[in-house]
Design a protein around this ligand. Sequence first.
Ligand code: AMP
Length: 121
Amino acid sequence: MSQETIFTKIINREIPADIIYEDELTLAFKDINPQAPLHCLIIPKQPIATINDITEDKRELVGHLYVVAAKIAKQQGVADDGYRVVMNCNEHGGQSVYHIHLHMLAGKPLGWPPYTDKAKV
Ligand code: AMP
């Protein structure tokens, strides 16, 4: 699977995005199709296609995504009310962009479970 996705273009500033956080390792920007009042994506600058490609050597980088999530939550004023971070994997997980990303959803009480199909397992 190609490592080059639309997120690489956002990292390289080849296409625009509403960037709300950046550091040496990560970038965070607003989701183009928001599912909550605050919906942003936190991505590593290093492309990793799916959760299945996270190996031991990526441990710090992936952990850092959560450190960034906590920073953004404070920066955006949603830390105390709460929020959800989720990473989808492959087709059944609902992944559409094959460059791992944490979705951060906040700004209203979020439903659970997070799918609309009421069929039980
Ligand atoms: P997923 O389905 O978990 O892979 O999530 C991919 C997310 O990327 C979706 O929520 C899309 O709305 C979002 N997305 C796709 N293209 C862009 C873009 N150019 N800028 C911001 N968000 C995007």
